[in-house]
Unconditional design. Structure first.
Length: 172
């Protein structure tokens, strides 16, 4: 009887471990680590990959239309996207909204023209990037290394980016 309980206990434990491993989220990326080549769904449904910007400094902002702090920082991100040479610097938005039409309309009304994508199933934001709230912003250097992960509202200006990436000073 004791041997039977041990085998059942072992089997139950093994099943628990296998289940947990299959459903575990990746550890959230940290400063100094490479940025994952996340799949980005365009608002028209097409797909692109983050690594398309390799060789450029990228500000990746995860946001939502219903998030007041997100909406407050977007005009500054728009200005920032216009201040640096797009051959060397990009601002990219990734919405966690449920409806791409709402996102499109919000961007149109707000005059936001930098590239924006949507994560309808939250697969990239939650499982790959470890995002549990918005806004969250990753600043990724031209080599694809995360220089900063910022949570919450950020006052964006050219000086902040230029001081983080002095190599960009010649490109604005």
């Amino acid at each position: 009887m004791f041997g039977m309980l041990t085998r059942k206990g072992f089997a139950l434990g093994l099943l628990t471990v296998l289940y947990a491993c299959g459903n575990a989220q990746q550890a959230e990326p940290r400063d100094g680590q490479p940025m994952a080549d996340i799949q980005l769904t365009r608002l028209d449904g097409g797909v692109e990959h983050f690594n398309q910007w390799r060789g450029k400094t990228v500000v990746l902002n995860i946001w939502a239309t219903w998030c007041v702090p997100c909406r407050r920082e977007m005009p500054d991100l728009q200005k920032l996207s216009e201040r640096f040479d797009p051959d060397h610097f990009r601002v990219v938005g990734l919405s966690i909204d449920d409806n791409p039409m709402i996102v499109k309309e919000y961007l149109r009304q707000s005059h936001i023209t930098y590239a924006n994508y949507i994560d309808l199933k939250k697969t990239m934001t939650k499982n790959v990037l470890g995002i549990t709230g918005v806004p969250v912003t990753f600043i990724v250097d031209a080599k694809g290394i995360i220089r900063e992960r910022l949570e919450g509202y950020v006052l964006w200006d050219r000086k902040r980016i230029a001081s983080t990436f002095p190599e960009l000073k010649k490109f604005h």
